[in-house]
Ligand binder design. Structure first.
Ligand code: ADP
Length: 164
């Protein structure tokens, strides 16, 4: 039977760490949905369309990846789309407690749904979107943190925010 997983997140913006998790998921499962959260409590830096556009661009060569936005409960969305498992990246022990709580909550809401954790790789385990935004907003070099093809647009966008 075909296995579908979802990689959820805010992707504000997508980093090489996210991309690593998406690629590894695409190697293991038949279909990977990259789900961009619309109703996050954080005020995003990049609009939902920008975040989706970046993700589509950086995953365009991976045929079994689909990029969508979703609103509301992840467990509910997974039911509607027949998702077998949520795949999350774990960077450090600090991610664990929150992720553990989320995984149990999602299992209670949708008992069919598994959560799978992939260890971040050693090159990107320190990376987060907020760190990328912070470094870029202070004029630092983010070329090792984000995919090359979207690098300039991220830098321009964040420096515009800084100058206005
Ligand atoms: P961030 O914490 O960077 O704002 P998101 O909320 O978009 O990220 O996270 C989406 C998913 O991607 C989460 O499962 C998170 O653990 C994972 N993730 C984020 N950054 C990395 C990374 N550098 N390596 C592995 N997984 C990551």
């Amino acid at each position: 039977m075909k296995k579908t997983v979802i990689c959820p997140g805010s992707f504000d913006p997508v980093t090489l760490g996210h991309l690593d998790i998406i690629k590894r998921s695409a190697n293991m499962f038949d279909h990977v949905i990259v789900g961009v959260l619309v109703n996050s409590s954080k005020t995003p830096c990049f609009s939902i369309d920008e975040r989706i556009g970046f993700l589509k661009e950086v995953t365009q060569d991976i045929p079994n990846v689909e990029v969508v936005s979703f609103d509301g409960l992840l467990a509910q969305y997974c039911k509607e789309r027949n998702v077998d498992a949520i795949v999350k990246g774990l960077r450090a022990v600090s991610d664990f407690e929150y992720e553990f709580q989320m995984a149990i909550t999602n299992k209670k809401l949708n008992p069919q749904l598994e959560t799978i954790f992939l260890m971040a790789n050693s090159e990107s385990m320190y990376l987060s979107s907020s760190m990328v935004r912070e470094v870029a907003s202070m004029g630092g070099d983010i070329s090792n943190f984000v995919p090359k093809c979207i690098h300039d647009r991220i830098v321009n966008r964040i420096s515009n925010l800084r100058n206005h």
